[in-house]
Design a protein around this ligand. Structure first.
Ligand SMILES: *Cc1c(COP(=O)(O)O)cnc(C)c1O
Length: 446
């Protein structure tokens, strides 16, 4: 049996209809270097999606590699209750310099969904312990995505991931998310006065009193199809949350660490959430780690004599893993010392110009939207009416397969193709990605 046959014998791959693998076999990757991955036959693949949005500074980045290797010979893991270690402490110190002002307490876990669960429980218990036992519900956006565990699914609302599990989920309050491409108020991005915010106002009027927190993906709803909304919306939401005593949880798992051009998406609106979740880019895509970050006020509501029972009894075996902390510390230092964001901003402008030149006039390109290096191309059946392709056609998936043959990993969200590359990608690599993407599109819907 070769490796692929053995893979199919044993492995149940994530987020996949395994029957699709009969036709498109799993690709065995042997090594990575920068933005490229190489399979066993020596074929190269340009990883324009950062291996599920987490690879931040290239595969096998020599600096991060060295830091992990050094740590490996010191300490691989230690219980994090009552024990600690230098990499975790130094990491928090380094993060304090780049996170939104006012956040100061770090609770470690090992994946994005876990960080969201932690945020939800923390918010709930905070309200309970500060005299608001009636605040038991959560608000979230329609088309939001916060991970796959039961709590995270409850505050997400993409039917693709959640619908079948509905009977298992919490009853959350959903607010229509801004939909700027198909604005129900008939506005364009230029004429927008955040008219849709009235939906949030109505929901808070009705449910604010019973709500402990609202969770959002700030500025960019990733899994919804890289949908982007104005920072003004987020500013208004911050104010509304304060008015109703509702905590604001910012899920920066996809947007953190420079993905949107600023260090965090919240920085576009110059707001500080009460709780912020980070993961993905945190370790440069090396190690599973996440942090739920909050402020002193929330922390203080749990700080009491043991017998009062106010502690946050929440833990994960791999909380604060030293190898992951070393990777993350290396990432934050590289971001700082190598001026990664400034350089990425220049290439982001280049990418956006080139992608518009190549695709804006295509008869099936409805919109090209961008923030930072993230560029999304929404394909539609009818450019005038914005009518989508029928989902049965799986247009995005056909383009994904065509792009793979050209050595580009696209992995679209439905019919939204997107680039979300490592921040270190260069212009030549961007050109290659655009060329392969355009020819894959033309092959399928030319
Ligand atoms: C990926 C993602 C998550 C979930 O993270 P996992 O590590 O996959 O559990 C949560 N929220 C957002 C916005 C994400 O993009």
């Amino acid at each position: 049996m070769n490796l692929v046959e053995k893979d199919l014998k044993y492995i149940w791959h994530p987020c996949s209809q395994m029957k699709d693998y009969e036709e498109l076999k799993p690709i065995v990757i042997e090594r990575g270097d920068g933005v490229y991955l190489y399979d066993k036959e020596g074929n190269s693949y340009l990883d324009i999606v950062s291996s599920w949005w987490c690879n931040l500074l290239g595969h096998c980045n020599p600096v991060i590699n060295d830091k992990i290797k050094d740590q490996l010979d010191q300490l691989e893991h230690v219980i994090f209750a009552n024990f600690t270690h230098e990499p975790a402490i130094k990491l928090c110190e380094a993060l304090m310099e780049i996170i939104p002002k006012g956040l100061s307490k770090f609770n470690f876990s090992d994946n994005g969904s876990a960080a969201v669960e932690c945020a939800l429980k923390m918010a709930f218990q905070y309200q309970y312990q500060t005299g608001h036992k009636e605040k038991t519900r959560f608000m979230c956006f329609t088309d939001g995505y916060h991970g796959e565990t039961i709590g995270a699914l409850s505050v997400g609302s993409l039917d693709l991931y959640a619908q079948i599990y509905n009977p298992m989920l919490m009853d959350t309050i959903r607010i229509d998310a801004p939909d700027c491409y198909r604005c129900p108020y008939g506005k364009t991005r230029d004429s927008c006065q955040v008219e849709c915010f009235v939906q949030a106002e109505k929901a808070f009027e009705k449910h604010g009193h019973e709500t402990c927190a609202m969770i959002v993906e700030p500025i960019l709803q990733g899994a919804a199809g890289m949908r982007m909304y104005p920072s003004r919306y987020l500013q208004k939401l911050r104010a509304l949350c304060d008015e109703y005593g509702v905590l604001l949880i910012a899920d920066e798992i996809a947007t953190g660490f420079g993905r949107t051009g600023k260090m965090f998406a919240c920085d576009h609106a110059e707001i500080t959430p009460d709780i912020m979740c980070v993961s993905k880019g945190l370790t440069g895509g090396y190690m599973p780690m996440a942090i739920t970050i909050t402020n002193n006020q929330i922390y203080e509501a749990f700080y009491a004599e043991y017998k009062e029972g106010k502690a946050f009894m929440h833990s994960h075996t791999y909380s604060g893993n030293p190898l992951a902390c070393s990777a993350a510390l290396a990432v934050v230092n590289i971001l700082k010392h190598d001026h990664v964001l400034e350089k990425a901003t220049v290439r982001a402008a280049y990418l956006n110009r080139r992608i518009n030149e190549a695709l804006l006039h295509h008869p099936h390109v409805g919109e090209i939207r961008n923030i930072g290096l993230i560029n999304a191309v929404e394909l539609v059946k009818n450019k005038e009416t914005k009518e989508p392709f029928s989902s049965e056609n799986r247009v995005g998936y056909q383009i994904y397969k065509a792009a793979l043959k050209k050595g580009l990993i696209l992995r679209p969200l439905g019919d939204v193709l997107y680039f979300n590359p490592p921040l270190t990608i260069d212009e030549e690599e961007l050109d290659e990605a655009i060329d392969s993407c355009v020819s894959a599109i033309n092959k399928v819907i030319g």
